[in-house]
Every structure is written in C-alpha cells, then in structure tokens.
Design a protein around this ligand. Structure first.
Ligand code: ATP
Length: 258
C-alpha cells in the first residue's frame, strides 16, 4: 500500500436514482501526474470531490497515502492540496491576508513559507496581493489558489481543470512546476477536458465516460487500445467515448449557416 498515494476502490456516487460515478477503481503512485479525462457531465468533479473529502461516496473506499478517508478525513485534508475549478475564496480579504489565513490554518513556519510565496508570485505574475480578492478576475483567483496550495508543497495534489482561466504563460509555468514536484515524489491528480493538457502534462491518463472508467494507461498504452489506429489523443478520446461522428455534426452546423 505504501507505494500508492491515491486509491479508489469501487467508488460510486448516486444522486437519487442517477449514478454519477459508477464503481471506479484506480491506484496512483508517487511521482505520477494522473489526468482524469472525460466529456461534460462524465463524473470528474464528483470523483474529485469524493477524493478530497467534500462529498461522501454512496459506496466504495478511498485511501490517500494508505489512510482510509472514512477514518482519517481530517488528517487527509491536512495533507492534501486542492485547487477547484471555481475557487471560492473570501472576497473581503486581500490576497496576502488570505495567504496569512492559510499559513495559520496549516500552522506553517512563516520563515519557510514566505520565500516560497515570493518565488511562486513571481513565477505566476501575482503582483496584486495587496488588492481585495473580490476585485480579482477568475484567472487571478486561480493563480492565488495555486500559490496557496503550492507554497505548502503537499505530497498529494488535486487540481480540477487547473488551466482554465490561466494565460498561456501561467499554464506553461504550472506544467513545469507540476513536473518538478512529480520528480520530487509528489502525486498530482488533475481533471481536464482539454486533451492537449492531458497529453502534455500527464504521464498516465484515465478516461471517464457516463460515470465509468472506460480506459486507463500511458498515452502509448491508450493508443494501442484504438481499433481505428488513432494516434492523437483527441481522435482516440472521441473513439472511446463514442463521439467519433463529430465531423458530421460540424458539417451539419456549417450547412445551417445563413
Ligand atoms: N449535487 C448533484 N445533484 C444531482 N446531480 C448531480 C450533482 N452533482 C453532479 N450531478 C450530476 O452528476 C453528473 C456528473 O457531474 P460532474 O460535475 O461530476 O461532471 P464533470 O465530468 O465534472 O463535468 P464537466 O466537465 O461538465 O465539469 C452530471 O450529470 C451532473 O448533472
């Protein structure tokens, strides 16, 4: 168990009669950047919410660094870092007040963490820490959340659509940083529906569709799954999720133009 940082066993979430996540199993090791890929409504956010302890599964187990979520939710929350798609942060605080708050909550040593804040702020062009969060754009909030998580260097990180709202420069910096953290032994679980991101950032990819994990592997392994000989992740993704006939749809839409 000790060489697995994130484990989902038979993970299931039902909302009423609807099964949003359907008996999912995976194991993610230290040093892996695992991309969780799927079309809209496939169950990515629901899965990440269960893995981070904000949503209780209907069935199944979660282990983070060998600790069961059921018995160790608080300790797991202390250890992990989470950046959600729509960061909900205190609008009435200034950026640096929010970071101070996080330093207090996690009882971090200021002298260790302040240089990291400086480094990360420089990397992500976060030069607005004196301003109120309420006045930030989505991308500015996203970058503040990234600073607040990365400054702690958690060994297990969950990022929901991490590049949405980031400009090209910030997205590139994030990619480089995640690779560096993975090389140092951290595990990163990220969701995306941007295939290029999965292709460039992740060393293993799981594809979820209608709540089920329909394929998993390195890009190379996934390519070998293609019956049609697809080599691009985009074509492969469309083949596996049964959405291959998009060209017909696009053509039909073009024909509808006045
Ligand atoms: N609280 C909820 N109550 C009822 N249904 C929900 C709830 N949360 C999610 N769902 C449903 O579960 C399914 C999976 O949603 P989820 O947000 O996990 O998808 P996703 O893969 O993250 O999609 P997207 O890429 O569009 O963000 C959807 O059909 C959604 O409508």
């Amino acid at each position: 168990m000790d060489n697995v940082f994130i484990e989902a066993i038979d993970l299931t979430k039902k909302f009423g009669d609807y099964t949003a996540v359907d008996h999912i199993n995976f194991k993610i090791k230290p040093g892996e950047i695992y991309g969780f890929l799927g079309p809209n409504g496939a169950g990515k956010t629901t899965t990440i919410r269960m893995l981070t302890g904000t949503l209780t599964p209907t069935k199944g187990d979660i282990f983070i660094q060998g600790l069961s979520m059921e018995d160790n939710e608080l300790e797991i929350k202390r250890r992990i870092g989470v950046v959600l798609d729509e960061p909900k942060i205190y609008e009435g605080l200034r950026g640096n007040e929010f970071l101070d708050f996080i330093i207090g909550v996690y009882q971090l040593e200021k002298e260790n963490v302040l240089p990291k804040i400086q480094e990360l702020s420089l990397a992500f062009n976060v030069d607005y820490l004196d301003d109120y969060i309420g006045d930030y754009s989505h991308g500015m909030r996203q970058k503040l959340m990234l600073v607040s998580v990365l400054m702690r260097q958690p060994k297990v990180m969950f990022l929901d659509e991490p590049t949405v709202g980031l400009d090209a420069r910030a997205a590139r910096i994030l990619k480089e940083l995640l690779h560096k953290y993975a090389e140092e032994g951290s595990t990163i679980f990220l969701t995306t529906h941007v295939l290029e991101i999965a292709e460039k950032m992740c060393n293993r990819i799981g594809i979820i569709d209608k709540g089920q994990l329909i394929a998993e592997g390195t890009l190379e392994e996934l390519r070998n799954l293609s019956h049609e000989g697809h080599t691009s992740l985009e074509d492969l993704f469309l083949e596996l999720t049964g959405n291959e006939d998009v060209s017909d749809i696009v053509e039909a839409l073009q024909n509808e133009r006045p």
